[in-house]
Design a protein around this ligand. Sequence first.
Ligand code: TRP
Length: 446
Amino acid sequence: MAAPRGEFTSRFGFLMAASGSAVGLGNIWGFPTNAASNGGAAFLFVYLILAFALAYPALMAELIIGRYARANAVTALRSISPGDKSKIAALVVGFTGIITVTFILSFYAIVSGWMIAYFFDPLARLLGYGGVAQWLTTDAILRDAAFVVLFMAVTVFIISAGVQEGIEKWASRLMPSLIIILILLILYVLTLPGAMDGLKAYLVPDFSSIADPTLLVDAMGQAFFSLSLGVGTMLVYGSYISKQENLPTTGGLVALLDISIAVLAGLLILPAMYVALANGVEIFDSQGGLIAGPGLIISVLPALFNTMGVIGIFVALGFFLLMTIASLTSSISMLEVPVAYAVEHHGLQRSKAAAIIGSIVTLISLTIVFNFDPMFDIVVTYTTEMSQPLLGFAFCIFVAWIWRRNDILKEIKQGAPEAEQGLFWKIWPFYVKFVCPVAILIVYFQ
Ligand code: TRP
């Protein structure tokens, strides 16, 4: 028999955990640079529509399956599948999700490790350890390996403690801190020369780029990655929500928090880049676009902080603490997917499952660290661009075409008895049945 399942103690606890999963590197460095290179507010506008019209319905699909089945992804998908064939499909989709999220975590941990290293850099400088600071910010296999191991150890530590004592407790501490740090950094950066040019680049729409198909593809990929969809993360978190909770409202709040923090992050990153420009730091790449990805976070921004003198040390500390928190509340949600399966399906003790699976992920991460080119890009592409959208598609199919409609309604009505007459039930079933799968496929084949 498996151990008794955990449950979030309050709506606040769930909201912090789920928005903690959603808010991650994707929001703070993916979204702002995507927006800047795709017509500023035009991207924002398309993103908002896609996030609410497509990603929110897909998020609801996972939350509802999870809470109905109160089980890990594989068992949950099997329990909503009536026939033998659909049960096999459930097994395949559930497992592919588990494997995909394991590989997503393995590259995510490398990038998160950089965030910790860059957090220690200003500390080392503050304490006068120039040599250590140099080591922390110099790209090297040994440094990457050390911080992957450290980051994964913290992730395993939180997950071993369980749903309430680990995930909920840490997310409830870390997420409010994240929001406060983010707002303080925005307020400070907006006072600096050059910041207004960044605001303009972000908020003045260039509607000519709306016609560009890459904008749609980027916005949709961003929305799915950002809401942690397709791999069972939200399904597993949904399985820990109380039956008294109103799912459509709670899910809506998670989407709202995720989107708001992405939009807020844009108010930090773009002004910061233009402040860097005003301070003589190069922010455009050879094609004339804004520097994005790792180049932005671990070269442009540190260069900016270095031009700010002593204050820069504290800004750097705050910024990389923000990134570390964002990474950690996301990584725990990824590790929970295989761990929940191992605990419930194989009867493993939670701490043992977390340690074993955490070690496997660390080994994969280290393999990538030692063969960074080309492995890193291959893993990112296979997981986020190929596997994740297809799995998102499969989840919609399971909910809308395989699961019995009455069961879905019954599940939603627990905690929301009036739901049958509400707007959600009028629109959502149609969305997951037709709009989401078709839209995902169109974007996929772009
Ligand atoms: N959503 C997180 C971010 O924006 C990352 C994340 C957590 C994720 N769990 C996931 C992405 C599952 C894909 C699948 O950074």
